[in-house]
Design a binder for this molecule. Structure first.
Ligand code: ADP
Ligand code: MG
Length: 701
């Protein structure tokens, strides 16, 4: 065991964070107990800190195996800005570069050494000379041929445990399925690894699915409302990425295509531009994303249906790693289903692929909480609807669609179940195209019986009929629509059919979209963002590694104007305060003077109060206001001190309160929080101290 205070103070000192995310502390403790560990956490869940923090405290050097050079560089850059010495070793380096790194390691100044599995042999001299404190295998699913990113070199990693039997090993991945998990522990020779499986829920990601009609128009509207925000559009084919990028460029967006057919140099350049916020939108095949941990991707669009839920969840997971609200939008079309079906049939394990595709399709067709379906897929059950997916935000309204269903089903019967969806709609709407006329469909009884329903609306109604089991698509037979036994009940036995109202869905979606505010050009956030970009360019690191968006948002709300205030911001550690504090504080002071809005701090607490009165929890208020929970606590403390009706006792442990009461007496009621923090050897966080003092001061008056 290692003292809790040591862990929290190291977290703040080096990473700038006030508290651990779920499971991080347990995992770190387990490393200190000498266990091997397998960590399953969703993308953006915070896996890196699980080995980076122990690396700082353990004696010796931590080896991190990571699959991509870009990923290593990114991590090492991030660590360096936090004042942690780290390096990477791989085949792209010259011999002298490698010798330099060896020299530093021998001086004992490097805590973490990243390397690719293929380059492990370069490390032999280190292995022979140095004490290895911990071995971390990042993206550990690459070891499994079950997984989606199989890397043959990963399968050689098993020898590490034999060579270093007493060094704790930690394997980390976001891939949850059981077969992969077993593969990882077996192949790494860590059968007794403690498995830490985090919740896969990423509450800050909004989930939305729309029919794939006029996609470019829909995307244009979507991005216009998010004018300065980074996003990724995933497409199925290389050609589509290029087409979409070009169309977006033509209407003035800063978009670029990315796929495996582009040269290596160009791809690195595109990644870099995206990471540095100089390119806003990437239209990519799934080849893009694994190498980057950019924390401020604000939205992800799937132009095409992904082939399985694992891939989909990993791709949308690239949005909102900083924990701020982010949007995801999936376009659903039967064209894609057909295409994917063909791919699956040509793949190695047809049945598995088809079953996975089917689950994906069910998700896209869902008329109940989508997050429940997703989490359920990963074996996690949630009892309440999420409130942050399109179905929850905008529950479908059902109406009696029996007549519509009868018309559609009887049209399918009249064409003798020999036509795909498009031709059936043409029959219903009385179209006069070649197919109809050649086949004599204009003579059918159902020809033109439903001209009043628009073509695209018909498509959605028929899709609903497929989803409800009245129709089937014969994927093996030119996608012809077939009647099921349920259909006969509707046609001949008067069975009623409920359909979801389409018009309403569209209207509400639009209304919700327009509520989103555009980024204000002259806000403090934008000013801080600009400053961040400038510093990032000078230092040649990604902008989000200076401070992430969540940290800038908190600076905007709190307006720290002294070092003491600045370091309290979540995301500001010691090194970042020393290096950037001066510039950021200067900018904040300048902005505040210009705006002369000295009352703003009051406004921000009142806004919190409004939400509190509505009965929202601290977590919900923090998400709504895009602020850290600690900030919300401090607002509530201020409001309480002002005499507002707030039940502060619910936020504090009675024991903590009593300890702080005692400390207050002993310390002779100092003005600042720090003396308390030191008194408890950093075991009680600032937020708790602040709450307690507020309560105690109120008692005294
Ligand atoms: P993963 O590897 O699981 O996808 P990362 O380790 O890259 O996730 O972390 C995702 C983001 O979350 C990073 O920006 C990281 O700095 C941030 N983060 C990690 N732990 C915490 C924490 N305890 N508090 C706040 N932010 C955190
Ligand atoms: Mg990671």
């Amino acid at each position: 065991m290692i003292a809790h205070t040591t862990l929290t103070s190291t977290l703040k000192e080096y990473f700038g964070y006030d508290s651990f995310r779920p499971l991080q502390k347990e995992i770190i403790q387990s490393i200190f107990e000498g266990n091997d560990n397998l960590v399953i956490m969703p993308t953006g869940g915070g896996k890196s800190i699980c080995y980076q923090l122990p690396a700082l405290l353990l004696e010796g050097i931590t080896i991190v195996v990571s699959p991509l050079i870009a990923l290593m560089k990114d991590q090492v850059d991030g660590l360096t800005t936090n004042g942690i010495s780290a390096a990477f070793l791989n085949s792209s380096q010259s011999e002298t570069e490698q010798q330099d790194i060896f020299a530093k390691i021998d001086e004992g100044t490097i805590h973490l050494l990243y390397t690719a599995p293929e380059s492990l042999s370069y490390l032999e001299p280190i292995f022979n000379r140095q004490k290895i404190s911990l071995i971390a295998i990042d993206e550990a699913h690459c070891i499994s041929s079950w997984g989606h990113d199989f890397r043959p070199a990963y399968t050689n990693l098993g020898y590490l445990k034999n060579r270093f039997p007493t060094v704790p090993m930690i394997a980390l991945t976001a891939t949850a399925d059981k077969a992969t998990r077993e593969d990882i522990v077996n192949q790494l020779n860590i059968p007794n690894a403690i498995q830490h499986i985090a919740s896969f829920d990423r509450k800050n990601l909004k989930l939305e699915v729309r029919p794939a009609n006029n996609r470019i128009q829909q995307i244009t509207n979507f991005i216009t409302k998010r004018s300065a925000e980074s996003g990724i559009i995933y497409c199925l084919s290389r050609k589509t990425t290029e087409q979409v990028a070009e169309k977006l460029q033509n209407v003035g967006f800063n978009a670029i295509a990315y796929h495996a057919g582009i040269s290596h140099e160009q791809r690195s350049q595109i990644q870099e531009d995206f990471i540095n916020d100089t390119c806003q939108i990437i239209c990519a095949t799934i080849a893009f994303g694994m190498g980057i941990d950019k924390s401020n991707v604000r939205w992800v669009i799937h132009y095409n249906l992904p082939k399985n839920i694992e891939g989909y969840y990993q791709e949308i997971g690239r949005a909102g790693r900083d924990g701020l609200p982010s949007d995801t939008l999936l376009f659903h079309s039967y064209g894609d289903v057909i295409q994917l079906q063909k791919f699956a049939e040509n793949s190695g394990n047809v049945d598995v692929q088809l079953a996975k595709l089917n689950r994906m399709k069910e998700y896209a067709d869902a008329l109940s909480c989508r997050r429940k379906i997703l989490l359920n897929y990963f074996g996690e059950l949630i009892s309440e609807d999420c409130g942050n997916c399109d179905v929850c935000l905008n529950p479908p309204q059902f109406f009696d669609g029996t007549v519509i269903a009868q018309k559609a089903l009887s049209a399918v019967a009249r064409v003798k179940e020999q036509e795909p969806i498009g031709t059936v709609i043409d029959v219903l709407r009385g179209a006069q195209n070649a197919t109809i006329l050649n086949k004599g469909y204009q003579e059918l009884k159902t020809y033109g019986i439903a001209k009043n329903i628009a073509w695209l609306d018909w498509k959605q109604y028929i899709t609903q009929l497929v989803n409800q089991g009245f129709l089937e698509i014969a994927f093996h037979d030119s996608n012809k629509l077939k009647l099921t036994t349920f259909a006969k009940d509707v046609l001949f036995k008067g069975k009623k059919v409920a359909l979801a109202n389409l018009i309403e869905i569209k209207e509400i979606t639009e209304a919700q979209q327009t509520k989103k505010t555009k980024a204000k050009k002259d806000s403090l956030f934008e000013r801080l963002r600009k400053l961040r970009l400038q510093i990032a360019q000078e230092e040649d690191v990604p902008a989000y590694q200076i401070f992430n968006d969540a940290t800038l948002r908190e600076m905007e709300a709190e307006r720290p104007m002294s070092d003491e205030e600045f370091i309290r911001i979540n995301g500001v550690g010691r090194a970042k305060m020393m290096n950037y504090g001066y510039d950021f504080i200067k900018e904040i002071i300048a902005f505040s003077k210009e705006k002369k809005k000295k009352t703003r701090k009051v406004d921000t607490t009142l806004k919190t109060y409004e939400l509190y009165q509505k009965g929202m929890s601290i977590e919900e208020i923090a998400i709504e206001r895009k602020l850290a929970e600690t900030t919300i606590y401090s607002h509530l403390s201020k409001l309480y001190a002002q005499g507002k009706d707030i039940d502060m006792m619910q936020f504090i442990d009675i024991q903590d309160l009593e300890s702080i009461r005692k400390a207050k007496k002993e310390l002779d009621s100092p003005d600042a929080l720090k003396p308390y923090y030191d008194y408890f050897e950093e075991a009680i966080p600032y937020a708790t101290i602040r709450i307690a003092l507020t309560i105690l001061e109120k008692e005294e008056t």
